[in-house]
Design a protein around this ligand. Structure first.
Ligand SMILES: Nc1nc2c(ncn2[C@@H]2O[C@H](COP(=O)(O)OP(=O)(O)OP(=O)(O)O)[C@@H](O)[C@H]2O)c(=O)[nH]1
Length: 302
């Protein structure tokens, strides 16, 4: 038997003007499974849009609000937070529609993307709606504006070229664990989202100091007789220094994370929540199979 290659995984942001077909693309890639979940996670900032999991790879697609859902002006497209989350991802997909010409909205995003170091792929969607002859000129107008890692004309609706795009993304992703178990997402959506909300607060409050790979393990989630929900969760980091940052002076940082996460979890569950957080150091947990198993990650992801 040939030696199996290492599992690949990473976070990929999808950006683009409204209506270019981001949801259609995700639905095609991921299917219904996670769409239900992301609806529930509306309140989150870098919300997970969907998770594409295969035997060889996992792509966690994240959304960066402030980029594709401007409230009023183009200037609102991207705020500091959105930009910093773009800097943390492993790749960015910039999606445009072949049926619309490059406009001010696109140019604004392209300008912001110049500050991103990870590969940025141009995805020209809705090619089923255009005459094939007009594709090259469209590609040219975008190629002039940015040094894309690659350009993919696709039809999210009909599926053309979507597999090629996914294969390229996977090929370029770093080796890594299957961050999220595939079946548990639907089996325990609330537990999963609770973990995500906590993780998100960690990233939000510590900014660049804690890497995206920080894991949250929701150990217990139990509704008590009075209707309150008791949640115990561990935040798993790789280094002692990160533990210190997370706990903060006199426990201040952990308290802040807990308070913000608790409020959002209460909104999500509609009940009062008692949240207990611990920070645990598991050196290179990502590389350790036993640790991964403890966290509920699949054994065969390695
Ligand atoms: N012909 C065609 N239509 C598409 C394609 N992809 C998306 N659409 C249509 O474009 C419209 C917008 O698609 P969405 O997926 O909702 O776009 P979005 O980018 O998620 O929009 P926001 O949620 O506003 O950001 C819908 O009517 C889709 O059916 C495609 O490949 N071809």
């Amino acid at each position: 038997m040939a030696e199996t290659s290492k599992y690949k995984s990473g976070f990929v942001a999808i950006v683009g003007r409204p209506n270019v077909g981001k949801s259609t693309f995700l639905n095609r890639v991921i299917g219904q499974k996670v769409a239900i979940m992301s609806e529930k996670a509306q309140t989150t900032r870098n919300k997970i849009q969907g998770i594409y999991t295969t035997d060889d790879a996992q792509i966690v697609f994240i959304d960066t609000p402030g980029i594709h859902k401007p409230k009023n002006k183009l200037d609102d497209y991207m705020d500091e937070a959105a930009l910093s989350s773009l800097k943390e991802v492993d790749a960015v997909l910039f999606m445009v529609s072949a049926t619309e010409t490059r406009g001010a909205g696109d140019n604004y995003i392209i300008d912001q993307l110049k500050q991103v170091n990870s590969p940025v792929y141009l995805v020209i969607n809705k090619i089923d709606e255009i005459n094939p002859n007009s594709l090259l000129p469209i590609m040219d107008t975008y190629k002039r504006a940015y040094d894309w890692a690659d350009v993919f004309p696709i039809s999210a609706l009909q599926g053309n070229n979507v597999d090629e795009l996914l294969n390229t993304l996977v090929a370029k992703l770093p080796e890594g664990p299957q961050y999220y178990p595939d079946d548990e997402i639907t089996d325990h959506p609330e537990r999963f989202i609770v973990g995500e909300l906590i993780r998100e607060k960690v990233l939000e409050l510590t900014r660049q100091e804690i890497p995206h790979s920080v894991a949250v393990q929701v150990e217990k989630m139990k509704t008590q007789d009075n209707g309150n929900v008791h949640i115990d969760a561990n935040i798993i980091v790789e280094r002692k220094g990160q533990r210190g940052i997370l706990i903060g002076k006199n426990g201040g940082m952990l308290k802040k994370i807990g308070t913000l996460a608790r409020k959002e979890i209460e909104d999500l569950l509609g009940s009062k929540v008692y949240l207990e957080l611990w920070v645990k150091v598991q050196p290179s947990w990502r590389e350790k199979e036993s640790a991964l198993r403890q966290l509920g990650y699949r054994k065969d992801s390695y």
